[in-house]
Write a new protein. Structure first.
Length: 103
């Protein structure tokens, strides 16, 4: 089955959320090469389309702007184990090192 570019982007972002402890917007970009504006749009789509609970945690800082990281709280309609088995290495997306599973 061929996966569309839009789904590859979503799957790449889910991989980052599942493998990095506190991914920032810059971490997503570095891992996937997806533009930051697209990352924000795709994260919103994951929340709406898949019922995923993805929080943005603001870090206290004196700098201007929104500094923080994202946290995956609930996988929504996606089965975590099946996703990681089938889509952890999406073609065309830079692979990430696996982090220990916390099941």
């Amino acid at each position: 089955m061929k996966t569309s570019l839009e789904m590859k982007k979503k799957f790449a972002l889910i991989n980052v959320l599942s493998k990095l402890e506190k991914p920032s917007l810059l971490d997503f970009h570095r891992a996937t090469k997806i533009p930051q504006s697209t990352i924000k749009r795709q994260l919103a789509a994951l929340r709406k389309e898949f019922g995923m609970q993805i929080l943005f945690i603001r870090e206290p800082t004196n700098e201007k702007g929104r500094k923080g990281y994202y946290m995956l709280i609930d996988w929504g309609i996606i089965d975590r184990a099946t996703f990681l088995t089938m889509y952890s290495h999406i073609e065309g997306i830079r692979p990430l090192e696996n982090k220990p599973s916390d099941t």
